[in-house]
Design a protein around this ligand. Structure first.
Ligand SMILES: [Fe+2]
Ligand SMILES: [Fe+2]
Length: 152
């Protein structure tokens, strides 16, 4: 059984992305809590749909930032996003009030997948943007400037 009792901090250093990561985490924490208590099936389904919508918007934003900075790991990152989105779609499509208790493991796996991705691949992008992976940082682009450019 998965136990999610607290939020984890997000330190990619990119406010726009971390804001989304936190919002996605909040949805997953709430979903997992409801699933574990077998409570509010209608809300469970609504949360799954919100998770799918927010994830799609977030993935597009993140990939846009990666494209704008010519991030070399973009193709692999896009593939990972596609797999995560497909998993959310699959769980949402197979959800029904009758089988809601069976959501315990899939909902926990969605949480694990999200956290692992944020703490590894997304964090790698944050480090790369800040030049931490280059022996000679060539990126004059500060994170705040990048976020401003994407927000326009
Ligand atoms: Fe990502
Ligand atoms: Fe992300």
């Amino acid at each position: 059984m998965f136990s999610i009792t607290r939020m984890r901090p997000f330190g990619s250093g990119m406010q726009m992305l971390d804001r989304d990561h936190r919002a996605i985490s909040e949805i997953l924490v709430e979903l997992n809590g409801l699933v574990a208590r077998e409570a509010c099936p209608a809300l469970q389904l609504r949360l799954l749909k919100e998770l799918g919508q927010l994830s799609a918007v977030h993935f597009a934003l993140e990939e846009g930032m990666m494209s704008a900075t010519r991030y070399p790991s973009l193709p692999a990152h896009q593939l990972r996003h596609r797999r995560m989105a497909e998993e959310i779609r699959r769980v949402t499509a197979s959800w029904s009030a009758k089988t809601a208790p069976a959501l315990v493991q899939p909902a926990g796996l969605l949480w694990e997948s999200h956290i692992l991705h944020v703490e590894n691949e997304d964090l790698d992008f944050g480090r790369w943007v800040n030049g931490f992976r280059s022996p000679k940082p060539v990126r004059a682009c500060k994170v705040a400037q990048l976020e401003e450019a994407v927000a326009v």
